[in-house]
Design a protein around this ligand. Structure first.
Ligand code: ADP
Ligand code: ASP
Ligand code: MG
Length: 448
């Protein structure tokens, strides 16, 4: 362990000048050396996606409007953030530099942009580059020693878009050694380089993942994720009326919640931290006194349900075949098709004559279906949602299944999965039933 901590601040936590000031205060109060991971200011990545989409759609006027609106926002932000004239001037220079780049990138040959091309990804990366540069100069202005640690110098993914933890670790250590005397090291969340050394990213919400990857790479003593809510809640606060924060979760529980849609964490956040046992603390930038949620390897003592999350955009595929009866090797053949198309399966249920699976990436569905057709009759349902009920040693909770089924007696359920892990019950429903399902489970399982 390096004894360092990683502190990640999300979009809303850096989205206003006064929030940046709050963060500066927090960093000064926090003893020891820390790596500070920043997201782009809230709304920026969405605006950059819209800009990129306008370029892909060959709509230069829409692109110009996006750039103008964003530039206006950043000019005001900068003017408010800095107090001293010299820093106001530096701020305006920074903004001019980025917006010239946006105009340059937009001026490429019309119609030549694609969603996955380099220019598009380079555009998306600018949000985090801007926020870190602006924040770094804020610290300079208030005379707090800090350094920028460019993520593009150490954060990388391989050809399967998997982060290269060992390489990240061996690149970041010497960088940290060159900055021994500095306590605050600021880096960009979300952005990285790919196997071609091009600028890429860790997918939307990826700054959490950056923080955890750095935490694992430097064997940090803690990763703190500072956001706009007081920790992981028992249910989705955007959908359900009354939700409450959870004080502690195991890595496994938090992993399931993040993977199955709890937006407070990028789906893969917990994986690297868990690998090296680095605790993850979720905290509220707007309410520092709130305890938040501690995610660690301490297994929770109480048996039972802790939280519910939901993941949309799911497609269910049912393969029906009488050849399954008493046959072995059938499931292997089915799974091989999904493996061939690099498409992960989330839920599985089987009967003697049929198997249902769910996928969240339907990009290769046509190819998958073509091959599955040779094995039996196929039915697919899109617009599905997985609702995932997470807790500790659920099988030991005698009432849990009856409570779930009683709560959901008015909801048509397409699939149920229980027993795969000791801490998860998943149900698949049509997305139009999501709100009702989450609300009913909140009442039935938490009396909220
Ligand atoms: P940041 O910009 O800091 O990364 P996000 O918007 O990505 O913040 O994540 C925080 C948001 O996640 C919260 O404001 C909340 O609306 C949403 N959220 C969804 N599910 C949960 C949950 N179970 N617990 C807490 N927040 C959740
Ligand atoms: N700025 C990126 C996004 O909005 C990454 C992040 O905020 O975590 O997706
Ligand atoms: Mg986020």
């Amino acid at each position: 362990m390096t004894g360092m901590i990683v502190m990640k601040f999300g979009g809303t936590s850096v989205g206003k000048p006064e929030r940046m000031r709050t963060i500066a205060g927090l960093l000064q109060q926090t003893p020891g050396r820390k790596i500070v991971v920043l997201s782009a200011l809230s709304g920026t990545t969405n605006a950059l996606v819209r800009l990129g989409d306008a370029l892909v759609a060959n709509k230069p006027q829409d692109a110009a409007k996006e750039i103008e609106a964003l530039e206006d926002h950043y000019r005001k932000f900068t003017d408010d953030l800095y107090v001293i004239d010299a820093f106001k001037a530096i701020g305006q220079e920074i903004i001019s530099r980025y917006f010239s780049l946006f105009r340059l990138l937009s001026a490429g040959s019309p119609g030549s942009y694609q969603h996955d091309d380099r220019t598009y990804r380079e555009l998306l990366a600018q949000g985090e580059l801007m926020s870190t540069e602006l924040f770094y100069h804020h610290l300079q202005e208030i005379k707090v020693p800090a350094r920028l640690l460019p993520a593009l110098h150490f954060m990388s993914i391989d050809e399967n878009q998997e982060p290269e933890l060992d390489k990240i670790s061996s690149r970041i250590s010497p960088l940290l050694d060159t900055m021994q005397s500095v306590d605050i090291l600021i880096t960009q969340g979300y952005i990285c380089r790919n196997h071609l050394n091009e600028i890429d990213n860790l997918k939307r919400g990826g700054s959490d993942y950056t923080a955890s990857l750095i935490g694992a790479a430097i064997r940090a003593s803690e990763v703190q994720i500072w956001t706009d809510i007081d920790g992981m809640h028992n249910n989705d606060p955007r959908v359900v009326n009354k939700t409450i924060p959870i004080a502690a979760l195991t890595f496994d529980e938090a992993s399931e919640l993040a993977y199955f849609g709890a937006k407070i964490l990028h789906p893969s956040t917990i994986v690297p931290a868990q690998k090296y046992g680095v605790p993850v603390l979720l905290k509220n930038t707007m309410d520092e006194a709130a305890l938040g949620t501690l995610i660690s390897d301490k297994s929770s003592s109480s048996v039972g349900v802790k939280a519910i999350a939901a993941k949309d955009g799911i497609t269910a595929v049912r393969i029906r075949s009488s050849r399954m009866l008493l046959a072995y090797g059938f499931l292997r053949k089915v799974f091989e098709v999904f493996e061939k198309f690099k498409t992960p399966i989330d839920m599985i249920t089987t009967s003697e004559i049929a198997v249902s699976v769910t996928i969240d990436d339907a990009k290769n569905l046509p190819g998958i279906l073509e091959e599955l057709k040779t094995m039996g009759t196929i039915e697919t349902d899109s617009n599905q949602t997985i609702v995932c009920i997470v807790g500790n040693r659920l099988a030991e909770d005698k009432d849990v299944l009856s409570k779930v089924f009683t709560a959901l007696k008015t909801v048509p359920v397409r699939m149920v999965s229980f027993g795969g892990s000791p801490n998860n019950i998943s149900v698949l429903i049509e997305t139009k039933w999501k709100e009702k399902t989450l609300q009913l489970l909140n009442e039935g399982l938490f009396n909220l």
